[in-house]
Design a protein around this ligand. Structure first.
Ligand code: ZN
Length: 116
């Protein structure tokens, strides 16, 4: 369950970073692009990717059990906590243990990580 949330946050974060990268990249590409729509497109793509990632974080990162949106609460600590320090272990809305398996496993058993 923790991995499920983490994966979704990571996808969103990857798009957000991609969107951010479009800005310095856009500044470079801009020099070689013709005046007009093509230049604007670079910035628009970057902005859309970034905004889309934020929206995805808000909308798609949910507790697998109670479907509460976790984007503004525990998504970041769950996804980006490594090693030491206190960890988020429970959904703040329904209290489900994040180390429990998903309620409806979508992957076959053999793909589960044996070291758990
Ligand atoms: Zn929950």
């Amino acid at each position: 369950m923790r991995d499920y949330i983490r994966r979704r946050v990571w996808w969103s974060a990857a798009f957000a970073v991609g969107g951010w990268l479009m800005f310095p990249l856009g500044a470079v590409i801009e020099q070689s692009l013709p005046e007009g729509a093509a230049r604007a497109a670079v910035w628009i793509v970057g902005f859309v990717m970034f905004a889309g990632a934020i929206l995805a974080l808000q909308r798609f990162v949910r507790c697998p059990k109670c479907k509460a949106r976790l984007g503004q609460t525990i998504a970041m600590p769950v996804a980006f906590s490594w090693g030491s320090g206190p960890k988020v272990n429970f959904c703040p809305f329904c209290g489900v243990n994040l180390d429990e398996p998903l309620p409806r496993p979508q992957s076959p058993p053999q793909s589960l990580n044996p070291i758990q």
